[in-house]
Design a protein around this ligand. Structure first.
Ligand code: 5GP
Ligand code: ZN
Length: 133
């Protein structure tokens, strides 16, 4: 897609530190390096986000992300990792080409992904009914 930075990396129009490539996807180092070894896995074909991508592509990307995670963790001596994909602005998506973040973790303070407990304000029965309807 025109003007998509990740399409340009996939097409090799602009450089990226590519650590893995196959027919469907490629993985390259995230410029920001939110944590040491921060890597993105993207489909070569343009999809705006995970919900737009077809199931086969999503499945393939997560399997590749899993395999790369193991080697990144081992080679970077990480103690754990987060795998996530941001979908839309409110969730922190800034590049609208589906991508999976691999974030190797070394300590708890280096990155904030905070799950605040809202259980005292949320009626689980109501949530369940809404999702199941
Ligand atoms: P998002 O916020 O959409 O989930 O993640 C986009 C990520 O892409 C960010 O972590 C950002 O650092 C990374 N990024 C943006 N532009 C480039 C680029 O041109 N090259 C690389 N390697 N990463 C980029
Ligand atoms: Zn794109």
């Amino acid at each position: 897609m025109d003007n998509c930075i990740f399409c340009k990396i996939a097409n090799k129009d602009i450089p990226g530190k590519i650590i893995y490539e196959d027919d469907v996807c490629l993985a390259f180092l995230d410029l920001s390096q939110a944590t040491y070894g921060h890597t993105l896995v993207i489909p070569k074909k343009h999809f705006a986000n995970i919900l737009e991508a077809d199931d086969e592509t999503v499945a393939h990307l997560f399997v590749v992300a899993k395999k790369l995670s193991a080697s990144i963790m081992s080679n970077c001596h990480a103690n754990g990792l987060n795998i996530l994909t941001n979908t839309d602005e409110v969730a922190g998506q800034s590049v609208y080409h589906f991508h999976i973040h691999i974030l190797p973790r070394y300590d708890k303070e280096e990155l904030t992904i905070e799950f605040t407990d809202h259980s005292n304000q949320t009626n689980l029965d109501e949530v369940y009914e809404k999702i199941m309807k």
